[in-house]
Design a binder for this molecule. Structure first.
Ligand code: ZN
Length: 121
């Protein structure tokens, strides 16, 4: 009954992993940044699950960071990967553009209608 209570001082500080955007160096908890991985084939892909194996790098949601990371080869440097192929760059930029679409108020891209509209009533 004589329990010597080891009074732990305050709440255990749970370690929230902080990631750093490779372009702007802003740190954030993991969820605030988008993970990119180098695949075994040497491509750099967006890891939407955050669980893929391989060397990872992080970018924040700031579109300028995506541009900078691609243009300044920050991704390749950070991932020790080969220079991005044009196709790989396009894929990453396509993903980046998807981020803009989510915030549709920032419409600097003209929304071209891709669906044929030949349905007449
Ligand atoms: Zn950033």
């Amino acid at each position: 009954m004589g329990q010597v209570a080891h009074k732990s001082n305050g709440a255990r500080t749970k370690h929230v992993p902080q990631r750093t955007c490779i372009a702007c160096r802003r740190t954030d908890a993991k969820r605030g940044l988008i993970r990119l991985v180098r695949t075994p084939e040497g491509r750099i892909e967006v890891d939407t699950t955050g669980k893929r194996n391989g060397r990872g790098a992080y970018l924040c949601h700031d579109l300028a960071c995506w541009d900078a990371a691609i243009k300044r080869r920050a991704l390749e440097r950070s991932l020790r990967a080969e220079p991005l192929t044009p196709e790989n760059q396009r894929d990453l930029l396509a993903y980046r553009r998807g981020l803009t679409a989510a915030e549709s108020h920032d419409a600097d891209t003209d929304t071209a209608e891709e669906l044929p509209r030949d349905v007449r009533v």
